[in-house]
Design a protein around this ligand. Structure first.
Ligand SMILES: [Zn+2]
Length: 248
């Protein structure tokens, strides 16, 4: 969705997130923090930003990535969308993908190498702090120092090599290429015309119940004259919901 811009708000700059990095950043679990955002319309609201996502443990985050709702804040007042510029770790244990993702794909060569340099410093600290890593693995890490792939020295036994990815779109393409057709993103949208609030609430409840029952997610778009709620998730599950709706 092209109406998504990087946060221009004085929330959490990319650098301060990196200062807080430590060996935990390369761990397997999902980590998130809540940040306050002030929208251009004046509204201030809190939004959840993921620093590490493990889609094997939390598959709905995979579908947030595919539907472009992962680390995208939506203003509750005006509906404006803003993408977090904070880098995050993306881990799919089942499909063997382990990546450090810089959301902004429009960086210059120089900006990319600055970010890689900082990441490498953090990464080397994490490796040094890990008792499991042998001396030879550390030598491999420094041999790979000029490559954006930080191979063979992840301080996690059995983890695949960590890739560095610039751009959410690049990550999404890579993830999509790993999915079976039935696992790809499916959507079904329910719409109510007019501004009857009781009708909107009813539609919201139906959609949320259907989504929850099928392990899917919802995204709501409210305008003065229409209300729509999109249920999204694995295509196979969306097919079941669409059929239930046709029969209902
Ligand atoms: Zn707003």
């Amino acid at each position: 969705m092209s109406d998504t811009s990087a946060y221009s708000m004085p929330s959490l700059p990319e650098e301060s997130a990196q200062d807080g990095e430590n060996s935990e950043s390369f761990g397997a679990e999902t980590r998130a923090s809540s940040i306050m955002i002030t929208c251009a319309c004046g509204e201030t609201f809190s939004s959840l930003v993921y620093h590490a996502v493990n889609v094997t443990l939390e598959p709905e985050l995979l579908y947030q990535l595919l539907a472009d709702t992962l680390n995208v804040a939506v203003c509750p007042n005006c509906g404006r969308r803003a993408r977090s510029a904070i880098p995050f770790v993306y881990h799919d244990m089942a499909r063997g993908l382990f990546a450090y993702v810089f959301p902004n794909g429009d960086l210059s060569e120089e900006e990319r190498s600055q970010r890689l340099e900082r990441l490498r410093a953090v990464y080397n600290q994490a490796v040094a702090a890990s008792g499991d890593v042998t001396r030879s693995a550390r030598e491999d890490a420094s041999a790979a120092a000029d490559s954006p792939r930080l191979q063979d020295a992840i301080p996690q036994p059995g983890a695949p090599p960590m890739q560095v990815i610039f751009g959410i779109e690049q990550l999404r393409k890579l993830v999509e290429s790993l999915l079976e057709p039935s696992e790809r993103l499916g959507k079904v949208t329910l719409t109510a015309q007019g501004n009857d609030s009781a009708q909107r609430e009813q539609l919201r409840l139906i959609a949320q119940r259907l989504a929850r029952g099928a392990g899917c997610l919802t995204e709501t778009t409210e305008r003065s004259d229409t209300f729509s709620i999109t249920i999204y998730g694995p295509r196979s599950q969306i097919g079941v919901i669409a059929q239930a709706l046709r029969q209902g």
